[in-house]
Write a protein that binds this ligand. Structure first.
Ligand SMILES: [Zn+2]
Length: 339
């Protein structure tokens, strides 16, 4: 236990808290910037069981902020969950780590071998966050929402019986309405600030501390602003999950990805009938995508070396990619899914 000697001197943890951490299981969904920061901290803190889930591979543009990855990982295109697990085992061989190279879907969550004690949001998209919200609500598992773009970040602890993400925002914002790391960039300290909040709250939850923060943590590291908005202290009377026990994300049709036979291309069908505002999307991508072309029938652009053709219903063809998981990651990154 010597390796944790500085940690269990913290009054709220102690030897007893350290034992609780050792027997805890945390599911980290998304091994990007936030997921790698938080998983690294939890492994070093001695959280005994970490389940990692990510569908993508390490790329050069990740290395600026995704702290568990190396140039060798990017060169070899190692799956993020696999690379993260390797690095975490080097940091703390006592932690039992399970790496899932998979899409976090309702099916994936249902197939987990048990309920984790806590779920951490390391995702980069709202549809997956609403899925986590609904699954955690249905299974009475706490989770910690977190996100960062540009120089700003936000995070919130969601506990069984307390306000959930749908209480705050009834529906996921459309990707065209919120910036992404691809369109507005991401400054690594914004990730570190949000991860610090997420990990501190995670440790408090896992040791059973009464000091878990309420409200919404927000920060802008460029301006030096760090605040917590005391927005909610009880579930919203209008929330479909908290008041009506409905979990729309658990029953929503999952997006379908199909490799086109004989072609280096994948078709993504988002599985919704909601229209996608191609003009708004084109405006958002104007400065970050190349070969952008808006026609009356579709939007074409190139990003990450892949050629996209996007149709008004959200269906898209991705040329230059064969792996459906990779294609779905690119789709969510550049187009996003409607809830
Ligand atoms: Zn709610």
């Amino acid at each position: 236990m010597d390796r944790y000697s500085r940690q269990h001197r913290i009054a709220g943890i102690g030897q007893h808290g350290q034992e609780r951490l050792r027997s805890a299981t945390v599911l980290v969904v998304g091994c990007g910037a936030l997921g790698t920061h938080s998983a690294d901290a939890l492994a070093r803190a001695g959280v005994g069981n970490l389940w990692l889930c990510d569908r993508d591979v390490v790329e050069w543009s990740n290395l600026q902020r995704q702290v568990l990855f190396t140039e060798a990982d990017a060169r070899a295109g190692i799956p993020k969950a696999t690379a993260a697990a390797t690095r975490l085992r080097e940091a703390n061989s006592d932690v039992r780590i399970v790496a899932h190279v998979a899409e976090c879907s309702a099916t994936f969550l249902a197939a987990l071998p048990g309920r984790p004690d806590l779920v951490l949001d390391g995702t980069d998209n709202f549809p997956t966050r609403y899925l986590l919200n609904d699954w955690c609500h249905a299974n009475r598992v706490p989770w910690i929402y977190a996100g960062a773009t540009g120089t700003e970040g936000a995070a919130m602890v969601v506990r069984p019986g307390g306000p959930c993400l749908r209480c705050l925002w009834p529906d996921a914002p459309a990707t065209a309405d919120v910036g992404t790391c691809e369109t507005v960039g991401i400054l690594a300290p914004a990730i570190a600030a949000v991860a610090a909040f997420q990990v501190a709250e995670a440790l408090k939850l896992l040791v059973g501390s009464p000091d878990v923060a309420t409200g919404v943590f927000t920060c802008d590291v460029w301006r030096g602003h760090y605040t917590r908005l005391p927005l909610l202290d009880r579930p919203s009377p209008d929330c479909v999950a908290c008041q009506h026990g409905q979990h729309p994300a658990l029953v929503a049709p999952a997006p379908m990805a199909a490799t086109l036979c004989g072609r280096d291309a994948v078709q993504i069908d988002p599985g919704t009938t909601a229209a996608l505002d191609l003009t708004a999307l084109a405006g958002q991508l104007a400065e970050v995508a190349t070969d952008l072309q808006r026609t009356p029938h579709l939007l074409r652009f190139t990003a990450d070396g892949v050629r996209f053709s996007v149709f008004p219903g959200g269906r898209a063809l991705l040329f230059g990619v064969r792996d459906p998981l990779r294609a779905r990651a690119l789709y969510d990154r550049w187009i996003g899914r409607r809830p």
